[in-house]
Design a protein around this ligand. Sequence first.
Ligand code: NCD
Length: 394
Amino acid sequence: MFKHLVSINDLSKETIEKIFKLADHYRLQLEKKTSINKCKDKIMATLFYEPSTRTRMSFESAMFRLGGKVISSADTKVTSAAAKGESLVDTIKVIQSYADIIVLRHFKDGAAMLAAENSDVPIINGGDGAHEHPTQTLCDLYTIKKLKKRKIEGMYVALCGDLRYGRTVHSLAYGLAKFGARIFTIAPEGFELPEYVEHRIKSEYGIEIKKYKKIDEQLSQADVFYMTQKTELELLPRLSIEFFDAVYVTRIQMERIKGVKTIFKHTIPYLINKELLNKAKGDTIVMHPLPRRNELSYDIDQDKRAAYFKQAAYGIPIRMALIALLLGTTKSKIKIDQKQPELFSLGKKCSNENCITNAEENVQRRYTKANGLLNTYRCFYCDQEQEIESNEIN
Ligand code: NCD
């Protein structure tokens, strides 16, 4: 039976390793220019309600490389029936009979889960609002493994930038936690990793995230003590780029922040430039999901530690592997651990304004119990937490 890829949490470590193994195989075949006819009679639909360069084109290129065909709606909000007010659920119910697999990008948090529930063909989440972007995480983890040539477990990884509205870092934080990395977040005030992501990482993976505001920061005594205890480093007077094995930078997601036109135009507390990179280790890699704005300076592009264009290039073999595995056209098979938790219905609206359940009519609002937190429930679609008294549950 097919399954969807909605969240990186749907994939176990073993399944991710399987995807990587098949991606390695396709990468070699692509280098040798061997034709790969694994999806000859299959059609993929790319349904994108938000702008995209890498995700949509790499998915389409991957499907063509597999010998399959593609139908595409690139600016769905404007060019499809969505412009006439069609719901996402109706659109999915129509497209599932036009294609064997659907890649969806949507501006609402939780849209991918709603689409998956209403689709008879696999849905791949190509980014849903500020929620998740699991296939970017597959490219990111694969890049780290390929470039560092060692286990991700125990690596020091810094996630910098807009960690609140950036969906890539939510999926990546879960992915890194799954592989046992040490996660440091560096975000300006107001852009920190959402609590629901942090809670989940702690309750499901037992990882405590260490939080900072600047990449080069004077540490307080409490932080120094905490780090030496937990990470066995020398006593640290400052947090510095030299501690990290990988630094992952993201842009401020201006399109998700209402009424704000310019932020950090002149000073970015996590700007990566040549001067800063000179202080890093010889094998620290600098990553970015792209597109970049001013948080990553162009003067480091030639540095062998700049990994962002490799991340984008790995999108082809990774997405080829994922498509073939989801369509079941390979010998190797994967198991997707789609969440099937106990669901509670509730009349109450999801407190996340951007949740798909607040945009679509006829969606039953459902919640799951958040691990280890009293009276706290998580929206089944967007994952955001809300406190709910037991008498409010139906
Ligand atoms: C990202 C996205 O769309 O979330 N881009 C991508 O898919 N590589 C990152 C971003 O837009 O900042």
